[in-house]
Write a new protein. Sequence first.
Length: 291
Amino acid sequence: MDDHILRVTAGNGGALAFIATTRQTVDTAAILHRTSPVATAALGRLLTAAAMMGVMLKNDEDLLTLQIKSDGPVGGLVATSDRFARVKGYPFNGDIDLSLKPDGKLDVAGALGQGSLYVIKDMGLKEPYVGTSPLVSGEIAEDLAYYFATSEQIPSAVGLGVLVDRDRSVRQAGGFIIQLLPGTDVNLIDNIERSVKKIGMVTSFYDAGNTTRGMADFLFKDIGYIVNETIPAEYYCNCGRERVEKALISLGKDELIKILIEDKKTSLHCHFCQKDYLFNERELQSIINKL
């Protein structure tokens, strides 16, 4: 099952839902960043959330960034997405080893510790929108639900999960975001709440052979739903030599001349895809000449 997101309208328009399966996306991130299982789980949850929230954007040029800054051993996480569910991200520290929780699950909350969640939306305006809320559990799903309720005043149910196999590969990953529209009937709300409680862990649901469509059937079987769109999702880094050169130019002519004199070369590293871009003496001089 290739990674994708279902955009769903349920309950005769009373609720909007986004249902994702993201195993390949999260596995790509884990391989790129060589993350430990608990860091894979944390980053995978945030990447899945970013993909679903990216689909909520209106314009092709809009970008969404989710950032967590925290005092736990992972230090923090970053994930970005466009409206086509093309995501990328990285952990501040992906090489961490924590004991499993008593129930045998990976301790994502322990990896993150205390901190804040930042939601940044670049929609082509003079300044990007920046919303923030504290981490209320460190499990990410609950933290996002709290953010939606307090910062955007949208009652939401959020489920996120990553199942890491014994060989550190990603066995299952995915999630859902259900948002209630203003004036939603109380019986509809109660029905959705019951379904969310019954479905249990997202990864267990998928590991049993179910699909995103099966999740929609389970969540909305009593109230009805329509699939509006199916959006492919993927791990995608849009860095390139031209974009990196623009970053060098932003340093200014004086700083580039200093680098040229002292080091004769420079290298820039992309944290999202781990690529290094080397600029030699001739290339640096060419950039300076353009300035």
